[in-house]
Design a protein around this ligand. Structure first.
Ligand code: URA
Length: 222
């Protein structure tokens, strides 16, 4: 297997693998699916936090002096929530980054073969050079939507780190993101082998938005 591009991290944790299996299972209902995405978000945030700098400081326990630690730049995290499937995912990210400033973007990917992206709502706070921006979208598929979103994000300022964080990705989408944003980082739980002609990740988990919020009959993708 080819090594992954250096910008890509696949976060493999038993809890994530377990929750991802629940999300992938076509028999999981709306509540089970949403909870799985929420839990994946929470654990991704735990793992992502390892990449933030730790600051040491002197402190005292009731018994002696010791070294304390604080996570630097935790309050410099800005999350961009991509409507609508990212709602439970971001809820999970907030568990580690409750003070994250948040941008909201609504983007709609049109049908194959063009997959034209319509971005119709953008509200992103100003971005500074100290910020770590996490663009949260559970599915990194064609990459078209995330490229448009990345452009909107950078119009608000150049962050220290631009991170695309997803549940599932495919190589074709990853490569497009890296080509467009060579400095960006990509965090995902798994890279699936295929993108079908309709732009769905295979084996994937189906339409993440419908499975979070839609009716069960609509989950079958023909
Ligand atoms: N968006 C989804 O919800 N699912 C996919 O498989 C691809 C894009």
């Amino acid at each position: 297997m080819k090594p992954l591009p250096k910008q890509v991290t696949v976060v493999k944790h038993p809890i994530i693998l377990e929750q991802l299996s629940i999300a992938r299972n076509k028999n999981s209902n709306q509540i089970e699916f949403r909870k799985a995405i929420y839990r994946i978000g929470r654990h991704m945030a735990y793992e992502f936090m390892r990449t933030l700098e730790l600051q040491e400081y002197s402190m005292e326990t009731p018994l002696s002096k010791t070294t304390g630690y604080r996570v630097l730049e935790r309050d410099k995290v800005l999350i961009v929530l991509v409507l609508r499937a990212a709602i439970p995912f971001v809820e999970g990210l907030y568990k580690m980054f409750p003070m994250a400033r948040t941008g909201i973007i609504s983007a709609w990917r049109g049908p194959a073969p063009k997959f034209k992206v319509d971005v119709n709502y953008v509200k992103i706070p100003d971005i500074s050079q100290q910020d770590t921006v996490m663009v949260a979208d559970p599915m990194l598929a064609t990459g078209n939507t995330l490229i448009e979103i990345g452009k909107k994000v950078l119009q608000r300022g150049r962050p220290k780190r631009l991170v695309f964080i997803s549940v599932l990705a495919v190589m074709v989408g990853i490569k497009r993101i890296i080509k467009e944003f060579p400095e960006a980082e990509i965090y995902t739980c798994a890279i699936d082998p295929e993108l079908n002609r309709k732009g769905y990740i295979v084996p994937g988990l189906g339409d993440a938005g419908d499975r979070c919020f839609g009716s069960p009959e609509r989950h079958e993708i023909k």
